[in-house]
Design a protein around this ligand. Sequence first.
Ligand code: HEC
Length: 140
Amino acid sequence: MNSGTLKLIIAALLITGFYTWFGNSIPQTAWEAPKKKTFTPQMKPSELAVEGKDIFKSAGCGVCHSVTGEKLRGPDLSQVSTRMDSGVMAAFLYSGTAVMPPAVKPPANLNDDEVTALVAYLQTLGGKASVKIGDIKPLK
Ligand code: HEC
């Protein structure tokens, strides 16, 4: 083996070593399934609204609805609670419309507690949350 070959081997080892070190230095982020929140009837409407805000994001409502005054595919919801009460909001979420998918069907697939939290959040848009777990029930 001449010295040129040796240098090449050493260089190759150094480069591989560097990338191994570099790769391992990147923090590994484990993928975790989104945690299902547990809701209790003791939760205050304002606490539900905080959860509802997250659900609004994760359920994809923001794809069609702005809460800051913009017109997207659906109506802007920044003042929605001045236009409708919690029952009407729930009706939209349970039934959907011809142009809006029901929130209780895939892809959002929300359960009753999550719908209640979402309604609490919608109530804060132009008003104050007042619903608690148990107040919002599926439509008959
Ligand atoms: C694919 C687009 C789309 C998605 C996703 C969607 N909506 Fe809608 N939504 C609409 C449209 C369009 C309307 C208007 C109703 C109609 O014309 O039938 C509407 C109406 C509403 C209304 C009544 C507003 C009003 O002022 O009349 C509420 C409340 C509402 N949506 C909430 C939600 C929430 C909360 C979510 C998330 C779970 C959601 N929407 C997801 C399109 C969507």
